[in-house]
Write a protein that binds this ligand. Structure first.
Ligand code: NAD
Ligand code: 89Y
Length: 343
């Protein structure tokens, strides 16, 4: 790949794409060559706001007419199989927002399709790039808390997420696919691969189709346990949205990442506490600033991996391990049995 800036074409110019677009256009080694949305007026206004070279109403049209180095897909999951297939058919490296797809079979088809076409592929899984999560992982890797034995990865909120993402009220499989993907990926990132899980779901808010609470207990290959908590139906004050809370216990201590971006570490009898605040970027809009920094980090990671021909952290093969847990969690909730991850 040449040393000149890489040309990206972004598909989907809705709510969350705003962060992708702001991050791409802030990067010196990327050029926002084109943007596309089925609603051409959204593509045009995104192009204007972020200085994109061209706006399209049809993805195939953009892929055929622009000379792109890679594609960024920021549409909702139902469109991913078709859009990734279109990019892979043109041999274009592709990064795609979570959730990868609504079924295990579609997730596998996407990953295998990209592998068969020989194109680099990554799921835009930004939560593991959040500052507190990265710092927690650094503490674990340093050996400060010994071997991890137990963890809690928790995202509980009563924030009105339906205001910006109304489609979430309409899906049959809701919070595990929307939020559980992030939490399960973080559990893998901090604690290693899981070999078995049990999941309980609840549907609390009237009028939604799917589950808005899930509690998942993971058994890891190391013997450790993680409790993953996801809730969009928790009336909390103050509400930590959109922050993740972590607790990891080990043989020599423990760590806690708490709302307010605090990281406490208890290591071999010594306690310490530090701020793990995210950077405030010129385009940050609190309380989303932590997420926004993580989006920039994902995009920088993807570009670095493309240039160095390295496999990204959440490549297709890696992400299937997360989605194997997601669909196993639905199976466990249905059968009320502990199950193994899909593979
Ligand atoms: P949205 O509905 O606001 O935007 C999606 C856009 O994609 C729409 O404008 C739609 O017209 C367009 N689109 C759909 N199919 C298309 C196609 N075939 N070609 C071109 N355009 C197409 O949705 P959103 O809230 O921006 O969510 C997008 C994705 O981002 C979802 O998968 C969601 O889960 C994810 N998301 C991630 C985070 C995170 O923290 N990582 C946060 C919010 C949303
Ligand atoms: O959609 C969800 C996600 O990906 O992280 C949190 C969320 O944005 C809910 O708003």
């Amino acid at each position: 790949m040449s040393s000149s800036p890489l040309r990206v074409g972004v598909i989907g110019c809705g709510f969350f794409a705003e962060n992708h677009l702001a991050a791409w256009s802030s990067m010196d080694d990327v050029v926002l060559a084109g943007v596309c949305d089925l609603d051409i007026s959204k593509a045009r206004s995104a192009a204007k706001r972020h200085g994109a070279g061209a706006a399209y109403g049809d993805a195939a049209d953009m892929l055929d007419r622009q000379n792109l180095d890679f594609v960024d897909i920021v549409t909702t999951m139902e469109s991913h199989v078709k859009l990734v297939e279109m990019a892979a058919a043109r041999k274009l490296p592709t990064i795609v927002q979570k959730p990868l797809a609504p079924t295990w079979e579609d997730c596998v088809a996407i990953v295998e399709g990209c592998a068969a076409a020989g194109v680099p592929f990554m799921v835009h899984e930004n939560t593991r790039f959040l500052n507190p999560v990265r710092k927690a992982r650094d503490v674990i890797a340093s050996g400060a808390i010994g071997s991890p034995t137990w963890a809690r990865v928790s995202f509980r909120t009563g924030h009105d997420i339906y205001d910006k993402q109304p489609y979430l009220a309409e899906v049959d499989q809701f919070i595990i696919l929307d939020l559980g993907v992030h939490m399960l990926d973080v559990a893998r990132f901090l604690m290693g691969e899981a070999t078995r899980l049990y999941c309980q779901t609840q549907s609390i808010k009237p009028g939604i189709r799917g589950e808005d609470m899930a509690t998942i207990v993971l058994e890891h290959a190391s013997g450790a346990t993680t409790v993953v908590e996801c809730s969009y139906a928790s009336p909390l004050h103050p509400d930590p949205f959109p922050q993740v809370s972590l607790q990891v216990e080990g043989t020599a201590g423990s760590l806690r990442a708490s709302p307010g971006y605090r990281l406490s570490v208890f290591s071999n009898g010594e306690a310490s506490e530090t701020d793990v605040l995210p950077a405030m970027l010129p385009w940050s809009t609190p309380p989303w600033h932590g997420t926004q920094e993580s989006v920039l980090r994902v995009e920088q990671h993807w570009v670095r991996c493309l240039k160095e021909k390295r496999e990204p952290e959440t490549s297709g093969a890696d992400s299937l391990k997360t989605y194997g847990l997601v669909f196993a969690a639905y199976e466990s909730a249905r059968s009320k049995q502990a199950v193994e991850p899909l593979a």
